[in-house]
Design a protein around this ligand. Sequence first.
Ligand SMILES: [Zn+2]
Length: 486
Amino acid sequence: MRQKFYFLFFFLFPILVLGQANTEKVETYFQRIRNNDAMLQAFFLRMPKGGDVHTHFSGAPFGEFLFENAVKNNLWIDKKTGEIFDKKPNNENAVPIQSIRKEAYFADLKDRAISLITTKNYTNFNAAIPPNTHFFNTFSLMNPMTKGFEPELLKEMKKQALLENVQYLEIMFIKPSYDKNDEKIKKYFSKYDSLLISFSKKRGETDKIFEEMYQYLVKECNFSDFARKHSEKIANWNRKSRLENAADSNLTVRYLNYCPRTTFPTDVFAQMLLGFLSSDMDTLLVGENIVAPENADVALRDCWLHMQMFGFFHKKFPQVKISIHAGELTPELVTPQDLSWHIEDAVRVGKANRIGHGVAIPYESRNYETLKFMRENKIAVEINLSSNEFILGVKNSEHPVMMYLEFGVPVVISTDDAGILRTTHSYQYFLLGKRYNSLTYKDIKQIVYNGIIYSFLKDSDKEKAKKLLDQRFATFEKMIVNEVMK
Ligand SMILES: [Zn+2]
């Protein structure tokens, strides 16, 4: 007993008190520099970031890396537009990229190629296309540069995370696939697709038909095998993406499954089923999401149906976590009716543990009730400031981040698509600190912790991650106090 007391008094107690004192000093320093952009950038670059839990694999690598990879693999390039192809296209301007490497115009062409797949030079080259269209176009243009290079690109993501003092990545990686040409699957499509669309006014009846579809896919179409193959593929790429000399030993990576919300209902259901099945059988795959433009026609038409599907699968697989892109909308993109309920449905019907973006919350009919529901049920919102600024044109006080905080909803800060948007996790914190002046350093520190607390790591891993974050903050604050403030 006495030994324990001595331990507490002489060892633990001074650490706690000194740690607290350092936090106070860093708070003072932060308030002093918060209006100086350069000093604030430096501060947030070095600050531990905890976890980035909303990051798309296909949008994360920088254009420069993708282009170099295309050169290395001698892919094809359109000499005029900079578009890259994985094999010879039916296009007279296309040449193997290495054949023009020494040409004088190559550097300009590289710049153009990068601007096609990112926001670089957007105002010079691509401003004729609306920002949200340009953004979503980049994915198919990037496809030839990402497909087949998964481990290399994962390595790049890890290097970037380490550079920025990020300790945990939860990556929306690759969607599961199944054989769409199988006769039994074709029968499934033709039987259920029109049935699901005609359901639009009979919301209560979906579970019965979902159960039928679920049984058919699992029993007749070997969906457990597809799910197993998917999880093996992820595990294999995860293994191959280890960095040399165990450089990533302090970085934890988990993966989220997802399905696109722009395809036909039976396909969304089938992909979602594979996402839930494989998340249920794997420790690297931790949950399910839904992606693609929320304002697309089919996405708007079927949003209610997709939320019913999430609710159904939540009952089947209660331990699989759910994050839903919801409310990535503005009054300019959709009608007031379409703007008025997506977040509410995602948390109440879709049973989301987290929502992505949530920008439309001010415009939802039951905005205050939904915010209260999110607070009471500890449903976090993933805030992506640069993404919302470019794609939606929403920033500063038009952005609802302070509204969520005001209502006590857990907020996490994430990157969405750092490579396309040419941004970093540090820069997202910079924007938060610069734009929202009432936030203190301690508030921001809590938001960093939220990236671990509301991650989909299992509890024991979460505890370890929190301890690691404690250590990193102690080191960071000591450095600021002893080496920066002097
Ligand atoms: Zn996203």
